[in-house]
Design a protein around this ligand. Structure first.
Ligand code: FEO
Length: 394
């Protein structure tokens, strides 16, 4: 069995999940997922976070492989979401004298999820826990990703155990450290993970980044994705950019279309944007592409152009789902274009307009709405919309 060392006495004991189709039963895991956990061996032994419950046997084997019979003294619970807390019962059962370390928001969750109330140690901002040569410090990072989320900083090796922050979708296929991986492979999955899982909490992420600026960090060990030990700026700069809604000139065009009429409008707009010199254009059928991929691109590009046919006086359902998600995430600072089609009394454009009022992005040009198939005058209005958007982008 391989032992994976972060340092002489700090080990990676996480697991890969290539079985689960949907993370949180919603987000597609095309490339799997890693649930990372870490073990610090000193006069006292500490585990940092656990793993998803389906991997408990492998996880306990990973720990046994290193400890060879020694007990675990502390479990640091940085985050209570079950992809990391799922093995807590198993750990408590194996090490009944273990002390569970969390903050005041951790323990009600621990009780509610697992009915565990004993042997807890509550820590607050900046508190320290000495394990021997290793000292742990705790910093609260609420809403990155849940209210109780905190990070743990190991002082002697300057390692930040960052919970979900700086994580990624994707299993760790052999390589665990950033210098062992082709990061191009992970780039899209890192962004899709951040934007969809943490993206609602960009202001909280900004506050957390500010707080962590004061620490000297040599390694970032998140609960998902690679361990960063070589090029920390790679991930830190991306989190800075993503959480401040920094976008490139480009357009995400999304449509809901039953019979192709709204789709034709999307194609007309996309073509004219390209003619005008906009290079970054992504066109998505909302019925085909999961919202997570579209939302990830929304964080990349400034313009969002959305179209819907009418469906029982409403938006098309898949467009409605996407826009509801975007509205709840509170994504900021985009340019919005609107189009759609209908057969008798509409519903698509009318309801996208309601979304526009709530999201408060700048609406570019008048919405374009066609009755039935796309005809010359509305085609020309699509071109006008594209031109107005190109003027803003370029
Ligand atoms: Fe990876 Fe919010 O749990």
């Amino acid at each position: 069995m391989h032992q994976v060392n972060l340092t002489d006495n700090i080990y990676y004991v996480g697991v890969n999940d290539r079985k689960t189709h949907l993370f949180e039963n919603y987000w597609p895991l095309d490339k799997g997922m890693a649930y990372n956990s870490y073990l610090i061996v000193d006069e006292k032994v500490a585990l940092v976070d656990t793993v998803e419950r389906n991997f408990i046997d492998d996880y306990l084997d990973n720990i046994d492989n290193i400890l060879e019979g020694r007990k675990v003294d502390y479990l640091i619970i940085n985050h209570m979401e079950p992809d990391h807390s799922g093995a807590i019962r198993a750990i408590v059962s194996r090490y009944p004298e273990i002390t569970l370390v969390g903050n005041k928001k951790t323990f009600p969750m621990l009780s509610n999820y697992y009915q565990i109330k004993d042997n807890t140690l509550e820590v607050a901002e900046g508190d320290e826990l000495k394990l021997g040569n290793h000292t742990l410090q705790f910093y609260m990072t609420p809403m990155v990703h849940w209210p109780e989320t905190m990070v743990t900083y190991e002082v002697s090796n300057q390692i930040l155990f960052s919970a979900d922050a700086f994580g990624s979708f994707g299993a760790l296929d052999g390589g665990i450290f950033d210098d062992e991986l082709n990061l191009d492979f992970y780039e899209e999955e890192m962004m899709r993970y951040f934007t969809n899982i943490v993206g609602k909490y960009c202001p909280h992420t900004q506050r957390a980044l500010k707080k962590l600026e004061g620490l000297s960090i040599k390694m970032i060990a998140a609960t998902h994705g690679p361990v960063w030990r070589t090029d920390l700026n790679y991930i830190l700069s991306r989190y800075q950019k993503w959480s401040s809604y920094e976008t490139k000139p480009g357009a995400v065009i999304v449509y809901g279309s039953m019979y192709g009429n709204t789709e034709k409008m999307a194609d007309a707009i996309a073509r004219q944007l390209a003619v005008r010199g906009v290079k970054n254009i992504k066109v998505y059928d909302a019925s085909k592409t999961h919202p997570s991929y579209i939302i990830s691109d929304l964080f990349k590009y400034k313009a969002f152009i959305v179209g819907s046919c009418a469906y029982n006086n409403e938006m098309f359902p898949t467009v409605e789902t996407l826009l509801t998600k975007i509205e709840h995430m509170g994504v900021k600072d985009h340019l919005l274009g609107i189009f759609g089609s209908y057969t008798w009394n509409g519903g698509g454009v009318k309801n996208i307009n309601k979304f526009a009022e709530k999201i408060k992005w700048e609406v570019v040009n008048e919405p374009v709405e066609e009755q039935g198939a796309l005809k010359k005058d509305k085609y020309e209005q699509c071109i006008e919309l594209a031109n107005a958007m190109a003027d803003k982008l370029l």
